[in-house]
Design a protein around this ligand. Structure first.
Ligand code: SF4
Length: 87
C-alpha cells in the first residue's frame, strides 16, 4: 500500500528512462512552448491538493519545493495546466 501519492514530474521520468531524449518537450520546464505536460500537471496537482497533501509527512520535500515558487510562477503553471484541459 502506498503511503503517499505516486505522482512525479517529467524530470523523474527523464531520470528513470530514455523517453525524454527524443521528445520535443523539456522535462525540466513547466511553462512555455516546450514545457513538458507531465511536469506542468505534476505542479498543478500539488497546488490543487496542497492543503490535503500537507497532512502527509512524506510529502514534506515536495511541498517545500512548491513553497519556493513565486505567485507569478504558480499562476503561469495553472494557466499552462488549464491549456492542457486540467484545472
Ligand atoms: S512529455 Fe515530458 S516526460 Fe514525457 S517524454 Fe516528453 S519530456 Fe519526457
Amino acid at each position: 500500500m502506498a503511503s503517499k501519492p505516486y505522482a512525479a514530474s517529467g524530470k523523474y521520468i527523464d531520470r528513470m528512462s530514455n523517453y525524454c531524449k527524443s521528445c520535443r518537450f523539456n522535462p525540466a520546464k513547466s511553462t512555455g512552448q516546450d514545457a513538458c505536460p507531465i511536469t506542468t500537471l505534476y505542479w498543478d496537482f500539488l497546488m490543487r491538493h496542497e492543503a490535503l497533501l500537507a497532512k502527509n509527512p512524506r510529502m514534506g520535500m515536495q511541498l517545500r519545493n512548491l513553497s519556493r515558487l513565486s505567485a507569478a510562477d504558480r499562476k503561469a503553471m495553472r494557466a499552462q495546466a488549464a491549456q492542457l484541459g486540467v484545472s
